[in-house]
Design a protein around this ligand. Structure first.
Ligand SMILES: *[C@@H]1O[C@H](CO)[C@@H](O)[C@H](O)[C@H]1NC(C)=O
Ligand SMILES: *[C@@H]1O[C@H](CO)[C@@H](O)[C@H](O)[C@H]1NC(C)=O
Length: 200
């Protein structure tokens, strides 16, 4: 009984994890396909939250960088390159997606590497702290020459190693319009409580 309760409580945080849907190659001010991320800033709750990157027309890749050098890969997360035909409607349900599971609430910084539009504002911030504003992040991007994409651009999209602070997993189809879905971990919680009640 005590054990069952303790284990259930341990799992509670995961029951309230969120899913954040972020469009890549979309102008958040116009809502059309274009330069940037929509939204370009999110504030996440913590461990177990997931970001789903949804790709738009053109060639894009989401790569982790730093606040100081927004257009330079830090050797962390890399979604791999996605290229979609120009006819692809914005935020198409059929568009490729990449899911990133978050490991905590530390700030994370990303840019769109394959489009080469980082300096023009194709950057994305997760949990920017007060002293590192999204506006300043974009300004830093404008003056960061960045590095040209390494030969990895020719390889198929891949996921990072387990040592990376964030772990890429294959994307799943998700509810289309929901920006924030309380979904993650609910099944895990139910799956745990049910066997635990057997001890009661
Ligand atoms: C594809 O992207 C370009 C620029 O990014 C945009 O002008 C065009 O409207 C987009 N196509 C569709 C169908 O949204
Ligand atoms: C990710 O989790 C590991 C293990 O708990 C921890 O050592 C590491 O600091 C975490 N990274 C981030 C960015 O939260």
């Amino acid at each position: 009984m005590k054990l069952a309760l303790a284990v259930s409580l341990l799992l509670l945080p995961f029951a309230y994890a969120f899913e954040y849907l972020v469009s890549v190659g979309k102008d958040e001010t116009t809502g059309h396909s274009g330069i940037g991320f929509d939204p370009s800033v999110i504030y996440v709750q913590g461990v177990g939250d997931v970001i789903v990157f949804r790709f738009n027309n053109g060639t894009h890749s989401v790569v982790e960088s730093t606040y100081e050098n927004p257009c330079t890969s830090k050797g962390g997360y890399d979604s791999g390159v996605e290229t979609l035909p120009p006819s692809t409607p914005v935020d198409s349900a059929e568009s490729p997606r990449r899911t990133v599971r978050l490991n905590g609430t530390d700030p994370l910084w990303f840019y769109d590497q394959a489009s080469g539009q980082c300096q023009r504002g194709a950057v994305f911030a997760v949990n920017p702290p007060k002293d590192k504003s999204p506006a300043q992040f974009k300004q830093n991007a404008a003056s960061d020459p960045g590095t040209s994409r390494p030969s990895a651009s020719a390889t198929p999209s891949g996921s990072r190693t387990a040592s990376s602070p964030i772990v890429a997993t294959p994307s799943h189809p998700t509810k289309n319009s929901a920006e924030k879905i309380v979904a993650f971990g609910l099944t895990a919680l139910v799956g745990l409580i049910v066997p635990c009640t057997m001890y009661l």
